[in-house]
Design a protein around this ligand. Structure first.
Ligand code: ADP
Ligand code: MG
Length: 249
């Protein structure tokens, strides 16, 4: 079953054509890893999915929600974009936690404020999620009292608290010291195993080999090549993919 469908997504910043006709479908429980050189448009693509950046053209579908680029911003469109965001968990390179809130408060906030969940239910769910990401003993800590890996796991729990249809990760481990990367990838892997649908921008090849159902190589605002991790890493067809892999390995 199809969860996300991007059709003909285009995005330019002034003359800079950053996304040139991206088409991508992600099915339920599928893990898609996106790789590509810096500046190839990976972050912009993730941001276009939730209209954090408005595409210049194309259609974003998430479940039954559908938003076409370039339409007037009326109430219906605003509501659909809000729904789209509610149903998408976004994890950034910089963890973006609220610094003046504890781990627990960070995680329960979204459901209480945005979903109007009952605070006790939201709290119970937040405790469950923090326990799941291995932070049962850190719930009352502030972000500044946590390591980068712990902060990123709080960020993942926070994204999960909204019970999204899909998780989007934008280089979730690139700001972390090497010894903290594993604990974050481990949590992501566990979520994948449980059937979470996810799109992950990362250069962690071992993670991609282990977890990805499909690997996409992007360059210059285009999907150059896609396939299984074996196809992309061991038998790349395109010159640009080969060159990129030589550079990162
Ligand atoms: P990647 O994540 O693959 O490194 P990005 O999507 O961040 O690539 O960026 C792709 C291109 O878009 C780059 O040339 C970048 O400078 C440009 N870009 C990204 N965001 C903006 C923005 N808000 N304003 C202008 N240019 C941007
Ligand atoms: Mg990026």
């Amino acid at each position: 079953m199809e969860v996300i469908k991007l059709s003909n997504i285009k995005k330019s910043f002034k003359e800079n054509e950053v996304l040139k006709d991206i088409n991508l479908t992600v099915n339920q429980s599928e893990v898609v890893v996106i790789m590509g050189p810096s500046g190839s448009g990976k972050s912009t693509l993730l941001r276009c999915i939730t209209f954090l950046e408005e595409p210049n053209g194309g259609i974003v579908k998430l479940g039954k929600m559908e938003v076409e680029a370039g339409q007037p911003l009326n109430k219906k469109r605003k509501d659909t974009i809000r729904e789209l965001r509610k149903n998408t968990g976004f994890v950034f390179q910089q963890f973006n936690l609220f610094p003046h809130k504890t781990a627990l408060e960070n995680v329960q906030e979204g459901p209480i404020v945005i979903k109007k969940s009952d605070p006790e239910t939201a709290k119970a769910h937040a405790i469950e999620l923090l326990t799941k990401v291995g932070l049962a003993d850190r719930m009352d800590h502030y972000p500044s009292q946590l390591s980068g890996g712990q902060q990123q796991r709080v960020a993942i729990a926070r994204a999960l608290s909204m019970e999204p249809m899909v998780m989007l990760y934008d280089e979730p481990t690139s700001a972390l010291d090497p010894e903290l990367i594993r604990e974050v990838l481990q949590v992501m892997k566990e979520l994948a195993r449980e059937g979470m649908t996810m799109i992950v921008v990362t250069h962690e090849m071992a993670f991609a080999k282990d977890v990805a159902d499909r690997v996409i190589f992007m360059d210059g605002g285009l999907i150059i090549e896609e396939g299984s991790s074996d196809e992309i890493f061991n038998h790349p067809k395109e010159e640009r993919t080969k060159r990129f892999l030589q550079d990162v390995t």
